[in-house]
Design a protein around this ligand. Structure first.
Ligand SMILES: Nc1ncnc2c1ncn2[C@@H]1O[C@H](COP(=O)(O)OP(=O)(O)OP(=O)(O)O)[C@@H](O)[C@H]1O
Ligand SMILES: [Mg+2]
Length: 442
């Protein structure tokens, strides 16, 4: 669950040193102080998961330090260390919001268990809170595709799902970018943790930043209370940044830092926070081009394109069409052969999403059990522009035929002259005239 930060305050130097080293070795990030006066500034500028306070401290005592700490960081889990005969104080500490206490002398493994419990408690609290604000995404979904390249992409997705390297998903609109983002999450050990999505294009810059990283009370007009950002809500899970290409330039710097260290600040806050989140970003723009045009930061692009999944457009994997049709229709109706042919020659600018919508509409519009071509309402513009494209590219022969006909007409059907103009032999020209059955118009 991310690197947990701990602060320890104890005036017994040897014990303190022992504890700090032990916990650092266990992978915690540890700060420490020998008295409350030195501890408070630390609590003010760093964000901790756990505090471990000795109750008896030189000037200001552990109980007062606990109260101060809880005022500054209500979510912090405090474990109190008590000497002999201070059980009453320990109980008072619990009433004041301490999570647990240990009587001295304690052994280190006892303390470690207490820390683990405190961390779990904090995590559960955070999770409950994020459940309230985030609609949990359904985790049952299917990705349809038999196409070789598509299968290779699915394999890759599965293989990298457990890594925490950020992922960039590129693909045209409707190709399934969000679906792949969910796959990365639900196929990984994070499946039970939150999947939090945010659309980088939907909000103005300041709101986007506070949505993403949170804000403190008074950070800007309307910020009436502290607010947790989505990066915190996603802690332990996946943050899905949709439409990354739309993210404002200045926010890109903060995102890069977050990707590299997991650290961020709420808007208006001086304290640094840290979470452990797998970031998945999606874009339907080609970010490399956006970088070249100066719209996207190169350093952020390089950080992200280490692991890039490029989802092919539907028209590049038309062998999947029958599978997708079956999947979407789910046996409700059948398609006439004309309808199937029409879909096969369609180029799906809106990709899989468009196919899905076309079929749903077809089901609604069709009478009886068969969806006819006309029920698909393939837009005429699309179809005719597609035909003219086909004409342009498929008819080199037609072009040649038209050209020879034109030259022959200009030359009054004098084959020798026409052959000269066309740069071919007379014999060759006769063959072409024969092939294309060119005749002097009557
Ligand atoms: N391979 C697939 N198998 C099944 N359903 C798919 C597949 N690809 C896409 N879909 C479906 O198509 C729709 C669009 O997919 P998705 O929202 O993931 O696309 P997108 O790339 O994020 O699009 P946009 O760029 O417009 O946001 C969704 O309903 C999704 O479930
Ligand atoms: Mg999307």
């Amino acid at each position: 669950m991310g690197t947990n930060r701990i602060i320890i305050v104890d005036d017994e130097k040897d014990l303190l040193e022992l504890l700090v080293n032990r916990l650092k070795r266990k992978g915690y990030e540890v700060d420490f102080a020998e008295n409350a006066e030195d501890a408070i500034p630390l609590v003010k500028c760093h964000f901790y998961d756990i505090a471990i306070y000795d109750i008896r401290l030189p000037k200001m005592d552990g109980i007062s330090l606990l109260k101060e700490t809880k005022k500054i960081q209500p979510e912090i889990q405090v474990i109190m260390l008590t000497g002999h005969g201070t059980i009453e104080t320990a109980i008072e500490a619990m009433k004041l919001g301490a999570f647990d206490y240990l009587a001295k002398p304690y052994n280190l493994s006892e303390l470690e268990i207490a820390i683990a419990k405190a961390i779990e408690n904090k995590r559960l609290k955070e999770k409950n809170e994020s459940m309230k604000t985030i609609i949990q995404q359904q985790n049952s979904f299917q990705i349809i595709g038999e196409n070789d390249k598509f299968r290779a992409l699915l394999d890759l997705t599965e293989r990298v799902s457990n890594s925490d390297v950020p992922v960039l998903i590129e693909g045209e609109s409707g190709t399934g970018k969000e679906l792949f983002a969910k796959a990365l999450h639900y196929w990984s050990f994070r499946a039970e943790e939150p999947f939090v999505a945010i659309n980088s294009g939907a909000l103005p810059e300041q709101l986007l930043e506070s949505e993403l990283f949170g804000h403190v009370k008074g950070a800007f007009t309307g910020a009436n209370q502290d607010k947790k950002g989505l990066v915190e809500a996603a802690n332990g899970g996946t943050l899905f940044l949709d439409e990354l290409g739309e993210m404002p330039f200045t926010l890109q710097v903060k995102l890069l830092r977050f990707l590299e260290t997991g650290e961020f600040r709420r808007v208006g806050d001086v304290r640094e926070r840290k979470v452990k989140v797998r970031t998945v970003a999606a874009t339907n723009r080609q970010l490399e081009k956006e970088v070249a045009n100066g719209n996207f930061r190169e350093d952020l692009y390089y950080r992200l394109h280490v692991l890039k999944l490029t989802i092919p457009p539907l028209r590049a994997r038309m062998d999947d069409l029958p599978f997708l049709i079956d999947f979407f229709i789910k046996g409700r109706k059948t398609l006439s052969s004309e309808a199937i042919a029409a879909l096969q020659s369609y180029h799906f600018p809106g990709n899989v999403r468009e196919l899905h919508h076309l079929l749903e509409r077809g089901i609604l519009l069709s009478n009886g059990n068969t969806i006819e071509e006309s029920d698909l309402l393939l837009s005429n513009v699309e179809k005719s522009s597609q035909k003219s494209l086909i004409n342009m590219y498929s008819s080199l022969e037609q072009l040649e035929k038209d050209h020879i006909y034109k030259v022959l007409s200009e030359m009054g059907w004098n084959k020798t002259k026409a052959a000269e103009v066309l740069g071919v032999s007379v014999r060759n020209l006769y063959r072409k005239i024969d092939q294309y059955q060119l005749k002097v118009p009557i």
